[in-house]
Design a protein around this ligand. Structure first.
Ligand code: ASP
Length: 436
């Protein structure tokens, strides 16, 4: 059995965290492929190595002394190396990086060096082989990710080594130029490695106890979700729950590899399992998430229901404008389109253009709508879920402006006023999580 283990930045922030990581890896011989992030924050006001690298690269571009700018990064890594008593000298690596910074190798190259150096240190500490991700994670010349070539390259590379560390976050284009994923992208690398080696499990070690039922900034000590499906995770992350990088789900999902979110600081706890599907008897509610700041464009037109092509004209306009719509609740002669408030604000004249293509009798725009998603695979089988959601919101004095239940019956989405957002989440959490 093979497990791929990814460790986030806070799990590798200092030598002590490296020791915890090594203990976790060594305690299970199936943990054969390790994907590290760059060292993260050691304390609240600390700076992540990735951010130090971006800043250093930019400062050098503006004429600052390269060696001097790079020194704090050297100190961070050398500090870890000496506290771990490693026989490792990264002088040559540092020299190459500074030279490439001066030669303007690119911001992606700069940012990627955190994972690269961290990978070398961790490989040495674990006694694992180090594989540069530039050799296995591949991008097209235009910068798009090349999934097929990556899978093939990773398979060849990883098959050669029984135990290896491969840094997260970056890869390379065919000409060798380094390219990174978006921020938090080591999660994606972990998922790609898991798929390439056909792992039985992808463990994602972080500094939270798992996927939480609700945002801990809104609900005190929310419960940890024990098991959820990829689809539920997708619903929750789309609506704002930040657990994994969005693109990290897809490689393991197609390969049906479960993801286990674990906490490096409490390794005995089971964390959260994210699975393709499950036959367990689910609780009614899996999780709650939401976002603020949507705009609603309400259109009214007599006999809209008989006008074939009305919706198409509006959606064609949105497509031309490059606007993604969130929901389109409709009535017989009414239609509302919910879009992000930022998209609305950044398209002056949008209403005039809608009026021109749709010729509505009435058009109004509401701002400051929040959407709350109540997600749970257990809803489909049980009666009365919607009633309980709406009753809890009514008791909390929250007025519901829109309701949408996805056809999969996996979620209920309610639109409410921005100002009611926190109150609504607490009310739903109290009703479902505390009673189950
Ligand atoms: N180090 C990168 C970041 O800070 C990538 C990662 O941690 O996954 O975004």
């Amino acid at each position: 059995m093979v497990k791929v283990v990814k460790f986030g930045g806070s799990s590798l922030a200092n030598a002590n965290q490296f020791k915890k990581v090594a203990e976790i890896v060594r305690s299970d011989s199936a943990r054969r492929y390790v994907v590290p992030s760059a060292p993260g924050k050691r304390f609240g006001a600390d700076i992540k190595v990735t951010d130090m690298l971006y800043a250093c690269y930019d400062a050098i571009g503006e004429g600052a002394n390269a060696e001097e700018e790079f020194r704090p990064i050297v100190e961070r890594f050398d500090g870890i190396i000496s506290a771990l008593n490693l026989e490792l000298d990264l002088e040559t690596e540092y020299g190459t990086i500074v030279r490439n910074f001066k030669a303007r190798a690119g911001r992606d190259y700069a940012a990627s060096r955190g994972e690269y150096l961290c990978g070398i240190v961790l490989a040495k500490f674990l006694g694992f082989h180090f594989i540069d991700a530039a050799r296995g994670v591949k991008f097209y010349p235009n910068g798009e990710f090349d999934a097929d070539l990556t899978e093939a390259s990773l398979q060849v590379l990883l098959d050669k080594h029984g135990k290896a560390v491969i840094p997260g976050f970056y890869g390379a284009k065919p000409n060798g130029e380094i390219k990174t994923f978006s921020r938090g992208g080591s999660d994606v690398t972990g998922s790609l490695v898991a798929k390439a080696v056909r792992a039985a499990l992808y463990e994602n070690w972080t500094d939270v106890p798992g996927v939480l039922l609700a945002d801990p900034r809104i609900v005190d000590n929310p419960k940890v979700i024990k098991t959820l499906t990829y689809r539920e995770l997708r619903e929750l992350s789309y609506m704002g729950a930040t657990v994994l990088h969005e693109s990290a789900i897809f490689p393991v999902r197609t390969a049906k590899i479960p993801i286990n979110i674990r906490n490096t600081n409490t390794p005995t706890l089971p964390g959260t399992m994210i699975v393709p599907q499950t036959d367990d008897n689910p609780t009614l509610l899996t999780g709650i998430a939401g976002k603020k700041g949507f705009a609603v464009i309400n259109l009214e037109k007599d006999e809209m229901n008989n006008e074939i092509g009305f919706l198409r004209r509006i959606l064609t306009l949105f497509e031309a404008e490059g606007i993604n719509f969130e929901h389109i609740p409709s009535g017989i002669d009414t239609l509302s389109v919910i879009i992000s408030g930022d998209d609305y604000k950044s398209r002056p004249g949008l209403i005039d253009r809608i009026t021109k293509v749709a010729r509505p009798d009435r058009l109004s725009v509401e701002h400051d709508l929040a959407l709350v998603a109540i997600v749970g695979r257990g809803m489909r089988e049980r009666r009365g879920t919607a009633t309980r959601v709406f009753a809890s919101l009514a008791h909390a004095g929250v007025n519901i402006k829109m309701i949408d239940q996805g056809s999969s019956e996996l979620n209920i989405i309610v639109g409410i006023k921005n100002d009611d957002f926190e109150k609504a989440i607490r009310a739903v959490y109290d009703t479902f999580a505390l009673s189950e």
